[in-house]
Design a protein around this ligand. Sequence first.
Ligand SMILES: [Zn+2]
Length: 324
Amino acid sequence: MKTIVFAIFFILFTGVTVNAKEMTDAEIYEKRMELYKKNEAATGVPWFFIAAIDQYERSIRHVRDDLPKPDGIHGMYFEPEQWSGPLNPDQEDQSPLSISFFHGMGKDGNGDGIADRENEEDVLYAAADYISRYGVDDARVRLALWNYYKRDKTVGAIMTNAKIYRTMNRIDLNERAFPIPKGWNYTYHNTWGDRRGWGGRRIHEGTDIFADYGVPVRSAAYGVVELKGWNKYGGWRVGIRDLNNTYHYYAHLSGFADDLKIGDVVKPGDVIGSVGSSGYGPPGTSGKFPPHLHYGMYKDNGKKEWSFDPYPHLKAWERLERKK
Ligand SMILES: [Zn+2]
């Protein structure tokens, strides 16, 4: 009897859910990839779409108070009523049969007979199964995502993740680069929230990195180019969204890297343009202030987007690169 009780305890607390806290980052990425590939095999949905949704959900849970923090292998989260079905009297239902009867999204992905909202295999299978009902090309996946999230920006962020994963063919993409390469002179201070030196009434949303005209500007992270062009205040600027649903904004450029276009996947360290003093006037205006890179960071949590202080991140990336 004691053995049986122990065995059940063992399965419940160690066997079923892998304890992510005791795994190295490399092990976590390996386990995640294994799950994505397994679900691709089971549902026909390419792994990079499953990975993209999972990563989007993980990124918003880190910055949302109304959602539990992700603590395991998976990031995907279902509310009880989404999982069990809105009219299901048992919101904690784990029976695949009655969940299906009440049109819940809950699924049994690991074949243990229960649909467990906390189990990574069940949760990822439920997401992949939902997508598979629409189809597996970009347009159908977009439609599936829109019907689920009802928000264009969210659909865009997930498709961005998918494009990065698909292009890089891996998911361990946490590397970062300081926007100015080593060997060039530059200076910057923490100017977050200062009154703008040049026009504008809003507070200063970013860090100004002063450097000479033509000094290369690089992407800080893996991402997709979301914006490239002119605006009155930013001048020539580039916007790149990364896998954490963080938007990186590079402004006042003197020019763009050759061939850089909207939709391109970039890697940390890829040159995207060069330092300049464009902006504050009609297209082409420059020289109204000393040349510098205005670098801004914006976070989207699935409901709204806001700017946050890039200075501590810049300092950390600079330190890391000096150690290399
Ligand atoms: Zn600035």
